[in-house]
Design a protein around this ligand. Structure first.
Ligand code: FE
Length: 260
């Protein structure tokens, strides 16, 4: 059983699959890679795409019907990749937000790629204080975190989790993002791996197994098992216990921005 908790397989709703054919092609790759469960996480409220809760639930149910009809052995779960906004709490109250699990605990949160907004700490602290567990997606691609990985720590201390993208960890987005992925995992600042797969003609797989194998090779079997268990806990709404994050101590040459 392999679960992918971040995937743009839902057709025609964002920059992922455009047509049903694209979703089917992605599903074929997923099955070949041994993925059995996918959390559908279309972009929501990111300035380009809106995928509010109820409409997204309907769309996911209809894609599941297509999969079942074609005997594609994938179970879809409902979710969103939610762009952080100052009014997030209000959006939850307004039933606009689709959680990653049926107990409404986990939700995928995306920061803008250039920086961490000033209001982020207050908004996410409020969510954590109310029992929600935000999952910060691909922090390794955020320019501010690449520069200063410790900027992620306050969010982890308040109870947020974080997810690194398989392709980032495998080095497919370049050296800086690869190094940041490894550094964050090493310092207990990451708890999940996922594909964040979009549809790309003939390329870019899910890389789930490759990433898990590299995780095991570099950080040991228990780390891999913890990450796999965490992915199951996200979709089932079970509690996730995580080790304390360790601050990254910068060397003098790193402070000068010379090397990572
Ligand atoms: Fe995404």
């Amino acid at each position: 059983m392999t679960i992918d908790i971040h995937c743009h397989i839902l057709p025609g709703v964002d920059d992922g699959a455009q047509e049903l054919e694209n979703s089917l092609a992605m599903a074929e790759v997923a099955v070949a890679e041994g993925i059995t469960h996918i959390l559908c996480t279309p972009h929501h409220n990111n300035g380009v795409y809106m995928n509010p809760k109820n409409e997204t639930i309907r769309r996911i149910a209809s894609l599941q019907e297509e999969f079942d009809r074609r005997k594609i052995p994938i179970t879809l779960f409902e979710g969103q990749e939610i762009r952080l906004s100052a009014d997030l709490t209000h959006r939850i109250e307004a039933q606009d937000i689709l959680f990653a699990d049926l107990t409404d605990t986990y939700l995928l949160i995306e920061f803008p790629s250039s920086h961490i907004p000033a209001y982020a700490e207050q908004v996410l602290f409020e969510l954590c204080a109310n029992g929600y567990r935000p999952i910060i997606v691909h922090p390794e691609r955020n320019a501010q975190i690449i520069k200063e990985p410790n900027d992620l720590v306050p969010f982890l201390e308040m109870g947020c989790l974080s997810q690194v993208t398989n392709a980032s960890f495998l080095g497919l987005f370049g050296r800086d993002i690869e190094k940041t992925s490894h550094l964050l995992i090493k310092h207990n600042m990451v708890h999940l791996l996922a594909s964040d797969a979009h549809y790309h003609e003939g390329r870019r797989g899910f890389h789930s197994l490759e990433a898990l194998e590299l995780l095991e090779k570099e950080f040991g079997r228990s780390k891999r098992e913890m990450f796999e268990k965490n992915a199951r806990s996200v979709v089932s709404g079970e509690k996730i216990e995580v080790p304390k994050p360790v601050m990254h101590e910068m060397k003098w040459y790193q402070r000068l921005g010379l090397f990572k």
